[in-house]
Design a protein around this ligand. Sequence first.
Ligand SMILES: [Zn+2]
Length: 364
Amino acid sequence: MKLKSLILLLIIALLAACTPNEPGTPPHQDPPPVEDPGKEPDPEPEPEPDFDFGLYQPNELGEIPIWMYHNINEPEAIWVRTPENFRADLQRFYDLGYRLVSLTDVITNNIRIPAGTSPIVLTFDDGNANNFNLLKVEDEIVVDPDCAVGIILDFAQSHPDMGTAATFFVHLPHPFSQSAPWYTAEQRQWKLEKLQEWGMEIGNHTLNHKHLKKNIKSLEQLQEQLGKPQKLLEDLLPGYKLNSLALPYGGRPKAEWAEYLHQGEYQGTHYQHDVVLLVGSTPAKPFNHVDYSPQAMPRVRASNFPDGNAKDFLDAALTRLEKTRYISDGDPDIITIPESSLPKLNQDSLGEKTLRTYNLEPTE
Ligand SMILES: [Zn+2]
């Protein structure tokens, strides 16, 4: 009897254990964690543990070369790069780890290239036909494979990660001074639309290439030179804003008109240049650098043609950049710099971006 009672008790105990909870009875679980309102906020997320600072050595305060080209043509001269040399430039840039970014990406602090690579900007002044030329082959109209646009597109075919960004500083309303009996407003429009599709930009180079110091006699004249191109472009591409200006001959207007270089109005059309480019020989400082100067941004002539003066601009800049170049961390939301560069950081420029510094131990 005693054994039977024990078995019965055991069965009752087992049944009780299997019975679901009564309604209203909390399940036997640990209570959910309660947020302590006074508790410290979560710390900033730690850098990705697998980011290899030693491998990439990011330096997002490093210099960015803004290469200045004019003609792509034969033969090589001060303001002419041959198609063959321009192709070789792209290959050289690529092999050195440079990738194309747009001028707008530089001035909006939106550089999106892989970790360990460096940004460059291509610019072309004067809107020569050899910058973007069309050919009629039998009945088909094609991009000239030897013009700047044709070479950039062709290079990107075999090196897709190079990108196709470039800025063309043109004169409007004829952005590329192509003349052929079959070349009409329709082809001109096609060019303007294709440029946008390929991530290429149009910049202001004044109405008709005036030296803004020597050739401008009045404020009205200055605003016509700078504002009329915007007005003419809006007729072709409604809504397109020319956000950059390349100064012909590097000439700036007299000091009292300086502000009109950046913005002004012509016949009811407002113009605004977020970046003004110079003619020069040094790479530019990036957005977060204390010496970032969007209203006087230096460019480097992309050529080694001896002009009787300084020469080897391209080689000299690339040599300098071996030590000074911007190296991306691959994440546009994070600005990564070596700790030693902190004094060169403009803290106020960071905005929503996270700053990350690092210090590599010297290796034996
Ligand atoms: Zn020019």
